[in-house]
Design a protein around this ligand. Structure first.
Ligand code: ZN
Length: 414
């Protein structure tokens, strides 16, 4: 499906330092001085989009993309829209809308929010409805190979599962040592107790199969559904070949990302090892994690409609390290609007007077903190130091480098 329009990203002089990025599977922060990077970012289910939690995740990985591309390093990114999902169907039923139209409308709203926030679009954006044929083909092959098996479901249907017990790497990373995997699996949509499963944690590949027919009733999903984890695994490999960075909100660490990686290994005879597991923190509001089920959502589109400058929303997000949970409150937007005004005043100061402004040094400082696991709060402080109270620029060049650095690396166009 269509992505969205890319913002202009100015080229910066010089070379950035190697990126150090935290890997949530091991807890290690490692240097990644490699030639290119292929990033899979799990996308939205297209309803209730785009809330602040979504925006927080996509701005976090937008910073990763901007920092990586600085200096001309090749980057490939792919993402998806989960347009076959029970909550989407439930919402469509509640509101009397066609589920496909609801998904289309919400995806378009998401695109507009991403454009407003100046998030770089992924190279490919794929919806589940676009990959049903290859997905079905893949699972038929897994059944043939014996890595998938069937369990009876309601009304003569069957569920198809993947057997995770054959994969020694499954849930073997240190992050899973202290996690109650079965409880977490069940809390997040799993079905550990279904009779007939070989292993409690085996993920669903497809439900509602009748004999040889994966889609009884035709192309419209009704009682049948492909599993969530296999969808992302297939789309990631189809679009990127190999996934170096597996990215998303941290609530996806288990089971979604671990299951998807299991599937990717199965599909490549163990070759598809993900290097970096990058997970963005959760945003809470009024004391609770911002979530659809609690209904405590703050929407980017609603804030935009209220006249909030998208740069203010972006600054509110950048003020928090991407791995640290934080609580949204409306006052933060007021404070960030004031910051944006101070930055603009500094940037608009006239050229020609004697005030010192070594823009190359400013750029080097920004690059250094961002290369250190995307430390955007430190980057924001450096811009504060540099711009707030500025009354003059020595040269046009200094001013242009500063403007371009803030635009290219932080996505704030002054
Ligand atoms: Zn996913």
């Amino acid at each position: 499906m269509r992505t969205w329009t890319a913002p202009n990203v100015p080229q910066l002089p010089g070379t950035p330092p190697p990126l150090r990025l935290y890997d949530s599977s091991t807890g290690a922060t490692l240097e990644h001085d490699r030639d290119d990077l292929r990033v899979w970012i799990c996308g939205i289910t297209p309803y209730d989009s785009t809330h602040f939690g979504h925006a927080n995740t996509y701005v976090a990985f937008d910073t990763l993309a901007r920092v990586w591309r600085d200096g001309g390093r090749p980057l490939a990114t792919a993402s998806n829209v989960t347009d076959i999902d029970d909550p989407l169907f439930e919402r469509a039923e509640q509101t009397g809308q066609n589920w496909y139209e609801l998904a289309q409308t919400q995806t378009q709203l998401f695109r507009e929010d991403m454009e407003a926030l100046r998030v770089l679009p992924p190279d490919t954006l794929t919806s589940i409805t676009e990959i049903l044929d290859p997905l079905e083909e893949l699972i038929r092959k897994m059944e043939k190979d014996g890595t998938a098996y069937r369990v009876p479901g309601p009304e003569g249907t069957e569920f198809i599962y993947a057997d995770v017990s054959t994969d020694p790497k499954f849930a073997a990373a240190p992050i899973f040592d202290d996690m109650d995997l079965v409880a977490t699996f069940d809390e997040r949509g799993g079905d550990s107790t279904r009779e007939g499963k070989r292993n409690k944690l085996d993920p669903q590949l497809w439900k509602g199969v009748k004999g040889n027919n994966y889609r009884p009733g035709g192309g419209e999903p009704g009682t049948w559904r492909p599993g969530w984890h296999i969808q992302c695994a297939l789309m990631a490999l189809q679009n990127l070949g190999v996934v170096d960075v597996h990215a998303g909100g941290k609530d996806l660490i288990f089971p979604h990302h671990e299951m998807s990686e299991h599937h990717m290994r199965e599909m490549t005879n163990g070759d598809a090892d993900v290097d970096i597991h990058a997970h963005a923190a959760m945003v809470s509001y009024e004391g609770e994690k911002m979530s659809k089920s609690l209904g405590n959502l703050v929407f980017v589109s609603a804030l935009r409609k209220d006249g909030i400058d998208p740069r203010v929303i972006r600054l509110a997000i950048l003020g928090h390290h991407y791995r640290v949970d934080w609580e949204y409150d409306d006052d933060a937007l007021v404070a960030e609007a004031e910051r944006l005004a101070r930055w603009k005043d500094g940037m608009d100061a006239p050229v020609g007077a004697g005030q010192n402004a070594d823009s190359h040094e400013f750029l080097a400082r920004l690059r250094a903190v961002l290369a250190d696991d995307l430390n955007t709060p430190a980057a924001r402080d450096i811009v504060d130091d540099y711009l707030v109270g500025r009354v003059a620029w020595p040269t046009d060049d200094d001013k242009a480098i500063a403007r371009n650095a803030i635009d290219a690396l932080l996505g704030i166009d002054l």
